[in-house]
Write a protein of this length. Structure first.
Length: 361
């Protein structure tokens, strides 16, 4: 990352200003150490007209708020020569690598080689790989957040869980020592700007990114996937008991075994029990993948379930529950693709398919 004048505000491009993204933008702007340009999609008109309305557990009631600027598309720093280079591009969109276009392709016009740090505040395993390939001279940073925030309706953010975030550096095996030190400096500077928001926000530097990502997968590869398949909130799952005993706990144990075999990450057994009861029993919480299914959206299952399953297969760890959940989620995504991508249809003749052709009477 190129040098940044410590007296100047960080220039941040935020891609994905829904619930989580908007709270990130608000914290950075409130701390007065950054200026945020937020790329909005479906909510652009609502925010352009009336700003954001935020009901926040950390910041209170906020009306008619906007970051420094709002945009309706990804800007190009080359074509729009008046734009200063972005110090950070923060991505908080859903992670659906199986649905084009890819995020690296989308953000490429806004990235200055050797300068812009790319921050992935997204869930899942191996999400950094396409970015390391596309931007070999840029720091690629990991963002893990336990914030709970939902946008509904457009322009209204309901922020209900305290902001607890962790910023670290994804391992780049081909990076030079100088590149690695610059990436750490970029992560720490972002933590500083985020933390300047005030005591209600807890943002810390994470030195062990693999641990933090595998730890969060305990929840996301189990509760998220099962909730989407069954259409159940976490309180009802716990009430049934058998869903916990026969699906959730086995999934978490498979993730734990895979983490140790693949990355040498030790996730303690007691962590599983604390994850099972992480959501308040009286909250009837719907994990994000279930919310996406209910809204007819694509689901971000590949990096939450598919990648852990593939990593387990690669090293020979048996994950029978994960395999079934992955297969079911692929079916849900196929249905979503048929709804949204009109070219995905079942061919009538079945030619060229393993299970196509005509059946025998």
């Amino acid at each position: 990352m190129g040098s940044i004048d410590a007296d100047k505000k960080l220039q941040v491009l935020l891609v994905g200003s829904g619930g989580i993204g908007t709270m990130v933008a608000y914290a950075l702007e409130k701390g007065s150490k950054a200026e945020v340009a937020a790329v909005l999609r479906s909510n652009f008109e609502a925010v352009f007209d009336n700003g954001f309305t935020i009901h926040s557990v950390d910041h209170g009631e906020i009306k008619d708020w906007q970051p420094t600027s709002i945009l309706d598309s990804i800007p190009s720093v080359d074509k729009e020569s008046w734009r200063a280079p972005y110090d950070y591009v923060i991505v908080t969109t859903k992670n659906v690598p199986d649905i084009p276009p890819s995020i690296p392709d989308l953000i490429a016009p806004a990235v200055t080689p050797g300068h812009t740090a790319i921050v992935l505040i997204q869930n899942g395993l191996n999400i950094e790989r396409p970015f390391l390939s596309a931007f070999p001279t840029n720091p690629i940073l990991s963002g893990i957040t336990f914030t709970g925030a939902i946008e509904s309706p457009p322009g209204t953010i309901n922020h209900h869980n305290h902001d607890r975030s962790f910023i670290g550096v994804f391992n780049n095996p081909i990076a030079s020592p100088n590149q690695k030190s610059r990436a750490i400096a970029a992560a720490r500077r972002l933590v500083d700007a985020y933390s300047a928001c005030g005591p209600n926000v807890d943002c810390t530097y994470e030195p062990d990114v693999p641990y933090s990502r595998w730890r969060k997968l305990l929840y996301n590869a189990s509760y998220n996937g099962v909730a989407a398949i069954l259409g159940m909130d976490t309180s009802r799952m716990r009430f049934t008991e058998h869903i916990i005993d026969e699906l959730i706990r086995p999934l978490m144990r498979e993730i734990r075994a895979t983490a140790k075999a693949v990355a040498g990450v030790e996730l303690k057994e007691e962590l599983i029990e604390s994850m099972i009861t992480a959501d308040g029993y009286d909250k009837f919480f719907k994990p994000s993948m279930l919310q996406d299914v209910e809204k007819g959206r694509f689901i971000e299952f590949e990096n939450l379930v598919g990648e852990p399953f593939r990593e387990a297969e690669r090293v020979g760890v048996e994950t029978p529950t994960l395999k079934v959940v992955y297969g079911l989620l692929k079916g849900l995504q196929f249905k979503a693709r048929e709804r949204h991508l009109k070219e995905v249809v079942v061919p009538r003749s079945g030619e060229g398919l393993r299970y196509g052709g005509h059946g025998k009477s």
